[in-house]
Design a protein around this ligand. Structure first.
Ligand code: E4P
Length: 215
């Protein structure tokens, strides 16, 4: 399973990229709103740091406007993937822009049937929102498992991008469920590095090394 970062914060993206494990980045209007920068400028900054798919979200609702917006956003950089929310207009736009070779990440997926429609429309990625499903008392990971099974059963090439991740456990479960990618908030990525026994073990090795280094 590949690891993306789910943030528009450039310092976090640089930190994750230095760790050598970040394959892409997902952004959305809410994440950008926290940054106080222009969307295109920040996406281009991210493209300089991470050489992989960088999702940037369309906000139009009319199909023609969505297509025009997707074409404009996709032209920012070859690594940009346009995010289009699941809806009838969204599906029409996905079909039209995918036919032009524009990669689409269908966002706000909450059911296997929505993912199936997005895949049939030509989406490169579908993003089931695990955390928001769990917030509502639903089994988000079961939706991921269903989507993975449907795509495998029917030979659909669309990749499952587990989104709305809230915890390190979500990452493990998404990997076990067969998600191709998980997009992680920075704090979840940083927490994955640690285990109390690792941290205690490092401290002990350093303390013991200081003893023999002094001999
Ligand atoms: C990713 O593409 C989504 O925008 C993101 O994971 C949403 O996460 P949230 O439910 O924590 O806002």
């Amino acid at each position: 399973m590949r690891i993306f970062m789910d943030t528009a914060n450039i310092d976090d993206i640089r930190r994750g990229a230095r760790m050598g494990v970040v394959d892409g980045v997902t952004t959305n209007p809410s994440l950008l709103a926290n940054e106080g920068v222009e969307y295109r400028d920040r996406v281009l900054e991210i493209c300089d740091v991470v050489d992989g798919p960088i999702s940037a979200e369309c906000i139009s609702s009319d199909p023609d406007e969505l297509v025009a917006e997707a074409q404009r956003i996709a032209a920012w950089h070859p690594n940009v993937v346009v995010k289009i929310a699941m809806s009838e207009s969204g599906l029409e736009a996905i079909r039209r822009v995918s036919a032009e070779g524009i990669r689409v990440n269908t966002t706000l997926i909450f059911s296997a049937n929505q993912a199936l429609l997005a895949a049939r429309a030509g989406a490169t990625f579908v993003s089931p929102f695990i955390g928001r499903l769990q917030d509502g008392g639903h089994d988000g990971m079961e939706v991921v498992r269903e989507i993975v099974t449907i795509f495998e059963t029917h030979g659909l090439p669309t990749q499952v991008l587990a989104a709305s991740i809230r915890s390190t456990r979500d990452v493990t479960e998404a990997a076990l469920a067969g998600a191709h990618i998980a997009t992680l908030p920075p704090n979840v990525l940083y927490q994955m590095v640690h285990h109390p026994l690792t941290d205690a073990g490092i401290e002990r090795f350093l303390a013991d090394a200081a003893k023999y280094a002094a001999v």
